[in-house]
Design a protein around this ligand. Structure first.
Ligand code: ASP
Length: 361
């Protein structure tokens, strides 16, 4: 026989009366972890500054009604396929052996799915490989040689991603490594290019559907096989469309330890505005930084940038150091805005980096 409302209340009260104090406290704690749900607002795309052309393309696609993840992946593909952008895809600066190894990940809010690829070679658009892993496997991340095999099976085309320009940068870097070795230094003072790149892009539409993607060639001249923060769900990017999305560029090793993408979304869940959440995450990054990466005034020897977007369309970005910017597209057009920061640019540690010894942590 179905319960009347009165019976239900009476039985619930009777059950509650039988709970011990500990059980009641536990139930209260559970009640406070119920996740708040944001409401949909303005549509918007937010990305790292190198995604300026990309946010414009993604915005056009959102206006046509395309899916948020399809839109931002089309946006980051512009940089991945641009041989002049040496921080992602084709033309990305290589590892210490002169091989371009790429990382990417994505999350699709409406379906709560994620895909990631680490250390993939010869495929210019790892963001699309990450999405293919999400769409066509029951896994989240593939890495290395087998990730490339998967991509080839899915119809991606292999190509040499090292451009003449990135090869020259790598050769100079290698020649200057050790004055006493057998490779002669170039007869010029051309500065060696180290990238600080990567694209993170996040989208929300007017229905409140959200997605995020991050793609990179990682740190220039990294130890072969190194995987950064970009393909790590919760570090390089994160999206929970009940709340928002966030991602990062900059020193991946610092971001991984703070789970920067996830932490920023969690700070927003607690009620912080996007920019405030990004700053709070950067404070955590600093707190987690090892001594050898800090100067004696407690300032990190690297930069890190967080980009963030709430379900209701509020957005922001913060960098460790003054001078950061980010790209936005919405009904006011595509533009670059200034990021918040923790430290003045003048506080960035200058001078020679102290010799880093394995034991001096
Ligand atoms: N976050 C990237 C990585 O550590 C690099 C960068 O954004 O500069 O792989």
């Amino acid at each position: 026989m179905p319960l009347t409302r009165r019976d239900f209340i009476a039985r619930t009260a009777a059950a509650a009366a039988t709970l011990s104090l500990t059980e009641r406290l536990h139930a209260m704690r559970l009640a406070t972890t119920v996740l708040p749900v944001g409401t949909a607002g303005a549509a918007r795309i937010v990305s790292s500054t190198n995604g300026l052309r990309g946010v414009a393309r993604a915005w056009e696609m959102l206006q046509r009604g395309d899916d948020t993840l399809d839109a931002i992946i089309a946006g980051v593909n512009i940089q991945e396929l641009d041989p002049d952008d040496d921080s992602v895809g084709l033309g990305g600066l290589p590892n210490a052996d002169g091989i371009v190894q790429l990382d990417a990940s994505c999350m699709h809010g409406p379906t709560r799915r994620a895909g990631a690829v680490g250390c993939i070679e010869d495929i210019a658009t790892p963001s699309l490989v990450a999405k293919a892993i999400m769409d066509y496997t029951d896994h989240i991340m593939l890495a290395g040689h087998d990730a490339k095999t998967f991509a080839l099976e899915m119809g991606f085309t292999a190509q040499n991603l090292l451009t003449d320009r990135s090869r020259q940068n790598w050769l100079r870097w290698r020649a200057r490594l050790n004055p006493g070795d057998f490779r002669l230094d170039y007869d010029d003072d051309v500065a060696i290019r180290f990238t600080h790149g990567t694209i993170n892009m996040n989208a929300v539409n007017t229905a409140g559907d959200m997605s995020s993607v991050t793609t990179t060639s990682g740190m220039a001249y990294k130890v072969p096989g190194r995987v950064g923060d970009s393909p790590i769900i919760g570090a390089g990017q994160y999206c929970d469309q009940t709340v928002g999305a966030a991602g990062s560029t900059g020193r991946g090793e610092a971001n991984i330890k703070a789970c920067g993408g996830f932490l920023t979304v969690e700070f927003m869940r607690q009620g912080m505005a996007p920019e405030q959440a990004a700053l709070k995450t950067l404070e955590r990054v600093v707190a987690m930084t090892e001594a050898r990466q800090m100067n004696d005034k407690g300032r990190p020897r690297f930069d890190l940038n967080i980009y963030t977007l709430a379900k209701d369309g509020r957005y922001g970005s913060a960098s460790l150091y003054e001078g950061g910017t980010f790209a936005v597209a919405d009904d006011k057009g595509a533009r670059v805005e200034t990021a918040a920061f923790l430290f003045k640019r003048a506080e960035f540690p200058t001078g020679p980096v102290p010799v880093q010894r394995a034991r001096a942590r």
